[in-house]
Design a protein around this ligand. Structure first.
Ligand code: F6R
Length: 613
């Protein structure tokens, strides 16, 4: 959460930093700020609200011939989203500024200590403590002052510092919050919380690890260990995303574009990983051989939010195809419960960003207890991929809409492949069956591509009767139950309609009391092995006058007897239904939010990458 950007180089700094911030706004949009050097002094512009407001304030300063600066887009943790609390934060002299992503846990005692020494604070943030702390240690060596300051702080931080004493230099430090450097011989050096900010300028990046400090000038980017002080030889990674991938390409919102990119995301995630002649799944990147797979007697799936829903689907797949019992945990619960984990347990984390604080903490604990760690992740080089023993990358491309769509579908695709891989290693599935299942996964991309425009049209015409409701229920059974949860999450996060997902069979244990003529219920009722049970549950809702939307199998005429609002989907293999049935649920959420005039890509109070617990 929070996006930070820095630049030193031949370009004018203000447009570079603003462009970077625009591409990081999904990380937080409560307030924004920028600072650059002009005539040896620091010039700061800050504004509450979104980046557009900051841009309006900056006005003509966009053409300032300055070449060193920092920018920040905030997701508020300590202090309201006001201009005073927007970053950058200055020391008492105004000659030193800090931008920060993370939480300084001991900020309160440090603030009291610094106030007692005469420092004057002008915000309620934890970050401002850092500016004064560095000031307190600063004589003429900025790097030593920063080292001393960070040795005093507890918590997570990625920080960027600019000081008039070294006006052509940026200093950055990372501990438990993501930070990546962009390097370019022609265009100088960059600093950012995430790769999309760098894409318009360079694809050559250096990922900082915890307790590392970087010094950036226009000519070089050097990285040092905070503990030993020694300069480190860091690998430069070339990113294969391009800047256009982070643009809207004619769609009204990133979310809609990303929904339409899902067929490609499936194809990219699956491609080259299954041999369609032999059925063999090859995932050398997980680093698990047959002997190791044989030893696994339990699997833990750990994730948050939408990624947790992908884990819930995967439990059905893994248990069915591999016979290995699976536990699915919300990472913020997993990390604080008594875990029975040993070296026979495989822990799989699922994360689009690879930076989610709770999920990271979860895998660190499981690793300490002896478990092998695999991560399913979308962001190359993210912290989770560097800490896991193996990574299955989802190839969804950059996901900018705060509500996850294509990342979810590609997580499901990767998890299905991983399931087949483990089943093959355990000899629980024949290559012929594996081949058939693999083909079903590949085919689903084409089916979604073909059906998407029709589904969108049908959803658009039915939402008129539903877009202004206060509540919504989503129900599903078996492997589609997690899709009911996901549909409800999508709707509530982008439209602010209160929505809940339930297992259909669970309704009569309480939630059915909510049903009346004003309660819309979306039910997933594919013709699968629990179809009759699902239909009985829908009849129970109808008997209580609930307003029903059904998503079911093409040709199932019975559904029309229950409600006029039916969206039909082609019949596919039962295990593929969760991938296909996600699509209308996502589109329903999108169309309702759009109809209500909501800010679909940047819903209130949310940030895409949750790097604090
Ligand atoms: C919801 C959503 C979130 C994320 C969650 C985990 O649409 O995007 O619930 O799924 O914050 O994020 P990652 O997958 O980056 O760990």
């Amino acid at each position: 959460m929070c996006g930070i950007v820095g630049y030193c180089g031949p370009k004018r700094v203000v447009p570079v930093v603003l462009e970077g911030l625009r591409r990081l706004e999904y990380r937080g949009y409560d307030s924004a700020g920028i600072v650059y050097v002009k005539d040896g002094k620091l010039v700061k512009h800050r504004s509450e609200g979104k980046l557009a407001r900051l841009e309006a304030i900056i006005g003509d300063a966009i053409i300032e011939p300055s070449h060193t600066g920092l920018g920040h887009t905030r997701w508020a943790t300590h202090g309201a989203p006001t201009t005073e609390n927007a970053h950058p934060h200055s020391d008492c002299t105004g000659n030193l500024v800090v931008i920060h992503n993370g939480i300084i846990e001991n900020y309160h005692s440090l603030r009291e200590e610094l106030k007692a020494k005469g420092h004057v604070f002008s915000s309620e943030t934890d970050t401002e403590v850092l500016a004064h702390l560095i000031e307190d240690y600063l004589e003429d060596d900025l790097v030593s002052a920063i080292k001393n300051a960070v040795s005093r702080i507890e918590g997570s931080y990625a920080i960027g510092v600019l000081w008039t004493g070294m006006p052509d230099t940026l200093v950055a430090v990372r501990n438990q919050s993501p930070l990546v450097l962009g390097v370019s011989e022609e265009d100088g050096n960059f600093l950012a919380s995430d790769i999309p900010a760098l894409l318009p300028f360079t694809k050559e990046v250096i990922f900082l690890d915890d307790m590392e400090l970087a010094i950036l000038t226009a000519e070089e980017a050097k990285v040092f260990s905070l503990s030993t002080g020694e300069e480190l030889k860091k690998t430069v990674t070339t990113i294969d995303w391009n800047a256009a991938m982070a643009e809207k390409a004619g769609f009204k919102h990133f979310m809609l574009k990303e929904i339409f990119e899902q067929p490609q995301a499936i194809t990219n995630t699956v491609s080259g990983r299954i041999n369609l002649e032999t059925g063999e799944v090859s995932l050398p990147e997980v680093g698990l051989d047959e002997e190791e797979v044989q030893k696994i007697d339990r699997i833990f799936l750990v994730a948050c939010g939408t990624s947790w829903h992908a884990a819930l689907v995967a439990k059905y797949w893994i248990e069915k195809f591999t016979g290995i019992p699976v536990d699915v945990d919300i990472a913020s619960e997993f990390r604080y419960r008594h875990l029975i984990i040993n070296e026979r347990v495989l822990t799989i984390s699922i994360s689009q960003s690879g930076e989610t604080a709770d999920t990271l903490a979860g895998i660190r604990i499981a690793k300490k207890l002896g478990s092998k760690i695999i991560t399913i992740c979308n962001v190359v080089g993210s912290t989770m991929t560097r800490e896991a023993h193996g990574t299955v990358y989802t190839h969804a491309g950059p996901e900018i809409g705060v509500a996850s769509t294509k990342a979810f579908i590609s997580q499901l695709s990767a998890l299905f492949l991983l399931t087949l891989f483990i089943a093959q290693q355990k000899k629980m599935i024949s290559l012929a069956e594996s081949n058939e299942r693999g083909k079903e996964l590949i085919d689903i991309a084409g089916i979604i591509e073909r059906e998407l425009p029709r589904i969108q049209k049908e959803v658009q015409s039915l939402i008129e009767g539903f877009y202004d409701c206060r509540d919504f229920l989503f129900v599903g059974r078996g492997v589609n139950f997690p899709i009911a949860l996901e549909g409800a999450l999508k709707l509530k996060e982008i439209s602010y309609i209160h929505a809940e997902g339930y297992a259909s069979g669970e309704l009569k244990h309480g939630p059915i009391a909510l049903i009346d003529k004003d309660m819309p219920v979306l039910a997933l009722v594919p013709q699968d092995h629990v179809y009759q049970k699902s239909i009985s549950n829908v009849e129970e809702i109808k008997a209580r006058l609930g307003r029903i939307i059904l998503i079911g199998t093409e040709g199932d005429e019975h559904l029309k007897n229950i409600t006029d609002d039916v969206i039909y989907l082609p019949k596919v293999s039962e295990m593929m239904n969760p991938i296909l049935y996600t699509i209308p649920a996502q589109i329903l959420a999108y169309e309702i939010a759009n109809r209500r005039g909501c800010d679909v890509d940047q819903p209130r109070n949310l940030a895409k990458s949750v790097t604090v617990e």
